[in-house]
Design a protein around this ligand. Sequence first.
Ligand SMILES: Cc1cc2nc3c(=O)[nH]c(=O)nc-3n(C[C@H](O)[C@H](O)[C@H](O)COP(=O)(O)O)c2cc1C
Length: 229
Amino acid sequence: MKTLIIYGQNHQGSTYHIGKELADKIGGDTKEYFLPKDFGEFCLGCTNCFMKGEEACPHHEKLKPIVEALDEADVVILTSPVYVLHSTGSMKAFLDHLGYRWMVHRPEEKMFKKQGVCISTAAGAGMKSTNKDMADSLFNWGIPKIYKYGMAVAATSWEEVSEKKLAKIHKDTDRLATAIKNNHGKVKPSAKLKAWFMLCRFIQKNGYNPKDMEHWNEKGWTADKRPWK
Ligand SMILES: Cc1cc2nc3c(=O)[nH]c(=O)nc-3n(C[C@H](O)[C@H](O)[C@H](O)COP(=O)(O)O)c2cc1C
């Protein structure tokens, strides 16, 4: 099983340790990327990715290794500490670069068989909105099974996290890793994901962006083919 972790932060604090612990418990091959160290560009808003193709993004070469790792992975873990109730700017800047892969544009069919995990930690609050920031992308990329794990660590560093909280984190990551391993190769799209795909298919049938329409037609999705079959 191949796991990709994209950390929304460079440093190795609470969020890093929880993500790493989960990946270690899942086992297999793990690839890690740290943001912004491994990709720190802001989207320039040129819309080249949407209109001309992702290769026309000014940051394409820098992004390419992460996108290749994304396509190869069975499990995609995104992590972020809560910053003002949301994901870090680094995580958001990375996710912006994959807007072209959203369901309304050109989703990659490999995504429809993967599992995704969103992990966030906060001093006190904001894990729900932070995990949603990341889960919105996983869902719109087409990932059918998404787990969200938020922990209010009541700390600003891993060393400060209490024994009680650490015990809970260890138990929760055990449970999460077991679920992920059990579901490997068995995930199916939910009714919500299928409905969203079908609505986007309808949009593409009456399309407005030739690049997106070409993708849907080539895949056979505007006809009878489906990415999860
Ligand atoms: C810029 C910034 C904004 C933060 N905003 C929040 C917040 O909105 N809510 C919260 O509970 N904690 C907030 N925190 C605290 C961190 O989310 C918390 O300490 C987190 O566990 C840090 O994770 P790390 O150890 O992986 O860096 C903020 C910290 C920073 C640096």
